[in-house]
Design a protein around this ligand. Sequence first.
Ligand SMILES: *[C@@H]1O[C@H](CO)[C@@H](O)[C@H](O)[C@H]1NC(C)=O
Ligand SMILES: *[C@@H]1O[C@H](CO)[C@@H](O)[C@H](O)[C@H]1NC(C)=O
Ligand SMILES: *[C@@H]1O[C@H](CO)[C@@H](O)[C@H](O)[C@H]1NC(C)=O
Ligand SMILES: *[C@@H]1O[C@H](CO)[C@@H](O)[C@H](O)[C@H]1NC(C)=O
Length: 259
Amino acid sequence: MFTVAFFVLLVSDVTVGLDVNTAAGESALLPCTLTTTAPIDLKDLRFYWQDERNRVLFSYNKGKEVPDHVDKLYRDRITAFPQEMTTGNISVKIKNPTLEDDRRVFQVVAAVFDSRGSRRYNPEHRQLCKHTLHVAVPYTNVSLALNEETMTAVCTTQGFPEPLVKWRLQYLSNNSQHVPDPRDVHTTAVQDNQDHQYRLKSAVDIPEGRYRSVTCLFHNPILNVTVSTTHVLNRGDPKRSLPLWPVGLMAILVLSAVQ
Ligand SMILES: *[C@@H]1O[C@H](CO)[C@@H](O)[C@H](O)[C@H]1NC(C)=O
Ligand SMILES: *[C@@H]1O[C@H](CO)[C@@H](O)[C@H](O)[C@H]1NC(C)=O
Ligand SMILES: *[C@@H]1O[C@H](CO)[C@@H](O)[C@H](O)[C@H]1NC(C)=O
Ligand SMILES: *[C@@H]1O[C@H](CO)[C@@H](O)[C@H](O)[C@H]1NC(C)=O
């Protein structure tokens, strides 16, 4: 009982704060502003950013960066803004986030000393600016193929996190769309051990003759971006359309008739 209660407390504590969403290889601001009435003399300022494993990203003491305290994971990846610090803005920017940084929780420990040497911020008892970083990899290699024998459409992609898949079928007879029953959609996602990306494959059976086109959509919940691809069905009914070789043959015949 006690263990369960403790665990729940820990999890809910971690979700407090800002969610910072970014894509791998870009950069993300970890915002933090100390509320201060007077400008801060940088000689009185001490703060550091750390992750949930207490690894230090950035350390600043009395007007100077302290690179020795920075964990090698974060070395050369953090930019601070000294010109902003006098106003209490101790935000830092993390460059080149990777999936190793996904769901890391960053927070600040800060102290501002006044002229008598006592602290205005009491860092040991406060967790400032506790943010969770979410790193995505945009979906690439989106492809949609149709098996005309089984009338199965298969859509594939890769990226991170696992995409939310949707299918849309465009009717032949009108401009509205049909959303396939989820029971008719078969999706498998496998996470690669090496690059941590998901390889996803989704398949849906398409009843013949009723639809003009089929679209699959992958939504990335971190980036709030949807990528889609559409396949135009062969006049909706492959049975009525001619197989490819007679079309080619006819083209040759027409061409030779013209000449
Ligand atoms: C803090 O500084 C950063 C970097 O210049 C800036 O992007 C951010 O908007 C600033 N935050 C505030 C609250 O001014
Ligand atoms: C896309 O797929 C091709 C072959 O299927 C592969 O060579 C390429 O690396 C893939 N692109 C990405 C970004 O993984
Ligand atoms: C569009 O056509 C399909 C079948 O042809 C039908 O089931 C559907 O209700 C139609 N939608 C509208 C909005 O008319
Ligand atoms: C996601 O994007 C849509 C528009 O593309 C927007 O309406 C929506 O508010 C966004 N959601 C979030 C959580 O940002």
